[in-house]
Design a protein around this ligand. Structure first.
Ligand code: ADP
Ligand code: GN1
Ligand code: MG
Length: 363
């Protein structure tokens, strides 16, 4: 047995392990698929949680346990639903815990593998965008009444743009990897927009928009669709915690309307497709419209611009810092990612009036 099979053996599941191999394209955790020999037994997802980034893994797992149980309870009360496919299911360890810690201090968890799913890094049809919007909107409304007090803040100030800008400024000043001189154009682009991009955070800090339970990582590939491209399940729950609705709307607009890749080297491919924006917005508002305040609705288009900005700032910071956060595939990957995000933001700036008009029409 190899190391991964031994780790897997600490969880209580049915079947004999056939293989355990790397799976998916996430930037943070190490994800593996566990296949079992017996056709009647399920397959699983095994993940090593990145505890350099998530400092309180027991707190994080407590969040996920609460959220997945709550969603399961709702699904079980919904006729025709399939709780093992429409929600994530944690597999307990031999000790009855929801994660396993190995001798080296690594944290592991296991979920039922959701079969026959499709996940997309780039969205190419309004139908898919609509389904993504509907799923993330529904996710938010399903967990709105989660009992038992606030969730742990798994990454403090995760989408706090003031803090992200301050970190960028300090990192450029320290220049630990000798790369600051390479990013002066990108840094100027960032500082030019800093004031506008603080708007949503400042409205929240003044209590003008409410804190809700949000997913906070609504990248389009964090929703699984089924074989007919109908919404199936929202995954990647590490950052579910208090936040503003704009964080969930914004990050999925960033990823579901981009005609290019998140890290496209060819910037001419990176544009916001306004038809995808409209479709995503329709799906999201179908599920959330009735619960959102007028001010929350008014600032949704700005949330669309905020996310290429804030994630671009994070990629740029990581580049200047020497690539300590996001997994990279080549030397200048984080800079390439930042440039692609800023190109996407420019495209949104050129279409901002149309974005506002669509949101006005849909509310
Ligand atoms: P990361 O935080 O690194 O992005 P994710 O939790 O999103 O990690 O998992 C990485 C990938 O693994 C996902 O993009 C998805 O393709 C796949 N995946 C995760 N959980 C499941 C699951 N329960 N069933 C099927 N595939 C899954
Ligand atoms: C990370 O885990 P993953 O790959 O879904 C990151 C997000 C970024 C995204 C950019 C915990 O998401 O915030 O938007 O990369 N997650 C964390 O692709 O930092
Ligand atoms: Mg993910």
């Amino acid at each position: 047995m190899n190391e991964l099979q031994i780790v897997t053996g600490n969880f209580v599941f049915r079947g004999t392990i056939l293989s355990v191999y790397p799976y998916g394209s996430g930037h943070i955790n190490d994800t593996y698929k566990v296949e079992t020999v017996e056709p009647e037994c399920k397959n699983y997802i095994l993940q090593r949680i990145n505890h350099k980034i998530f400092k309180n893994v027991p707190g994080l797992m407590d969040n996920i346990d609460r959220v997945t149980r709550h969603i399961r309870m709702k699904l079980e009360n919904t006729p025709g639903s399939d709780p093992d496919r429409q929600g994530l299911t944690l597999i307990p360890t031999q000790e009855g815990k929801v994660f396993y810690q190995d001798q080296d201090g690594n944290f592991w968890r296991m979920y039922i593998f959701i079969e026959d799913n499709r996940s997309y890094d780039i969205v190419d049809t309004p139908e898919k965008a609509f389904e993504g919007g509907r799923m993330f909107g529904k996710f938010q409304s399903m967990i709105a009444d989660l009992p038992g007090g606030p969730l742990h803040e798994t990454i403090p100030n995760f989408h706090n743009i003031d803090m992200r800008l301050e970190t960028l400024r300090q990192t450029i000043e320290r220049d630990p990897a000798g790369r600051a001189a390479l990013v002066s154009a990108e840094a100027a682009f960032v500082w030019d927009r800093a004031q506008e991009m603080g708007t949503i955070l400042h409205l929240g800090q003044q209590g003008l928009i409410p804190q809700r339970i949000t997913h906070n990582d609504t990248k389009f590939n964090n929703v699984l669709l089924d074989q007919n491209d109908q919404g199936l399940c929202v995954i990647d729950l590490d950052t579910v915690m208090p936040g503003y609705v704009h964080y969930d709307f914004g990050d999925s607009i960033r990823t579901s309307t981009n005609t290019g890749a998140e890290d496209d080297a060819d910037l001419s491919r990176v544009e916001m497709d306004i038809n995808l924006f409209e479709a995503y917005t329709k799906g999201f508002l179908q599920e959330t419209r009735s619960t959102l305040t007028p001010l929350e609705l008014e600032y949704l288009p700005l949330a669309g611009k905020l996310f290429p900005y804030i994630i671009g700032v994070r990629f740029l910071t990581d580049y200047v810092d020497g690539d300590n956060y996001f997994k990279i595939k080549h030397e200048h990957h984080n800079l390439q990612r930042a440039r692609a995000q800023f190109k996407l933001l420019e495209s949104m700036e050129g279409q901002f009036e149309a974005m506002k008009e669509i949101v006005r029409r849909e509310v």
